[in-house]
Design a protein around this ligand. Structure first.
Ligand SMILES: *Cc1c(COP(=O)(O)O)cnc(C)c1O
Length: 376
């Protein structure tokens, strides 16, 4: 027998890698209640206004030659993104959602023995991407739910190869300002890749730009990621992109799946980039109803509900009084609203609620008011 393995010591079935066994699979936001009822979905931060009509039309007309592979270089998409942001299309990577890009980064820059830093209340994919390649997740404390730059810098070791920071952060909605992002980058050794996940950047006011794209333009160790799943309303098509140094982008192409963005997805995304008025009206809707939501939760009085300050299209509501997050989660489900409860991420005390349409936002607050009154 090749390798000399004796039958007695040979496993009888394939052996999963221990670091893969350690992964807690991602739990997606739900769209149905426990009893199977279809409910209002405020659990995945999707666009309540739908999708740009131009993107829907481009998607529909892309279905005429399904036997051909898509453009493996996503040329039109990179050019559209480059023109919209004033960045070099040659330094743009694209992925099956920005999730794929987060995984590509770990594949290219981390393995067994390496450490990857993320914040305690961070995006669940960071830990999965870390473990998948056998690297060690290093989880740092928050500062009242916000990203703590000093805690991240204090956690860096010789083994650190990547820091993942979402800005605004999910599930907290908190924002790390430009000077803090610059301070974080300045404090990192050159061998550590700073991944700035800007999945919600389009919801920020222009003056709140965190400087990520400008940093990535010149720094060798910064990658910015963006997605079409949130403000562009294209979550179904799974398209994301990233911008970084030529060297980083070249490394990510090595591990990328070939033809990883579909023809219809590329066409829809190109049209979505061009529909700036759809993006602007989505942001305006979100500003208005997020403000209204936060005000309405505040107006519930001293029931112990507190909104973590959010600059995204969702709000993390903390339940620090009689009404617990778990009871509220179930009560909202009974009332027809699915929100995100994340006890597995150490957030048993909060609910992340996506800002929906006007009716949905008013409805979820009315349901919460009833639950607060019932809890006494
Ligand atoms: C939604 C989200 C993403 C993007 O996911 P896609 O794979 O592009 O759909 C990335 N990061 C964060 C923090 C998110 O919330």
């Amino acid at each position: 027998m090749r390798g000399g393995m004796t039958p007695a010591s040979s496993p009888t079935s394939p052996v999963v890698k221990p670091w893969v066994q350690a992964i807690h699979p991602y739990i997606p936001g739900r769209s149905t209640a426990d009893d199977g009822r279809k409910v209002v979905k405020l659990s995945s931060n999707e666009n309540p206004l739908g999708t740009s009509p131009a993107a829907v039309a481009a998607f529909a007309s892309a279905g005429t030659s399904l036997e051909r592979y898509p453009d493996a270089g996503a040329t039109a998409l990179r050019e559209a993104i480059g023109a919209a942001h004033g960045i070099d299309p040659a330094r743009i990577i694209y992925g099956t959602g920005s999730d794929e890009i987060l995984h590509l980064v770990a594949s290219a820059y981390a393995g067994v023995g390496d450490e990857i830093i993320h914040v305690r209340y961070g995006f669940a994919v960071y830990e999965i991407a870390t473990r998948r390649v056998g690297a060690t997740p290093v989880v740092v404390d928050d500062r009242d739910y916000a990203t703590d730059v000093d805690a991240i810098l204090a956690a860096v070791t010789d083994r650190t190869t990547i820091v993942y920071v979402a800005n605004p952060n999910n599930p907290t909605g908190t924002f790390t300002a430009k000077d803090e992002v610059a301070r974080l980058h300045a404090g990192l050794p050159g061998h550590v890749l700073l991944v700035l996940d800007q999945a919600y950047a389009e919801y920020l006011a222009p003056e709140d730009d965190d400087g990520g794209l400008a940093l990535a333009a010149t720094a060798a160790n910064v990658l910015v990621t963006r997605t079409f799943s949130k403000i562009h309303g294209l979550a179904a098509e799974r398209i994301g992109w990233g911008y970084g140094s030529a060297t980083v982008i070249e490394a990510l192409h090595r591990v990328r799946g070939p033809f990883n963005v579909t023809i219809a997805g590329q066409a829809a995304a190109v049209a979505a980039v061009g529909d700036t008025s759809f993006v602007a009206s989505t942001r305006a809707h979100n500003d208005r109803w997020r403000d209204w939501f936060v005000g309405a939760i505040g107006a519930l009085g001293n029931a112990g509900l507190r909104c973590v300050p959010s600059q995204a299209n969702f709000v993390l509501v903390l339940f620090e009084g009689q009404l617990t997050a778990e009871t509220a989660y179930k009560g909202l489900m009974d009332a027809g609203y699915i929100v995100r409860w994340l006890p597995g991420q150490g957030l048993a005390q909060g609910l992340r609620i996506t800002i929906g349409t006007k009716e949905e936002t008013r409805g979820v607050v009315a349901a919460l008011r009833t639950l607060v009154e019932r809890a006494g």
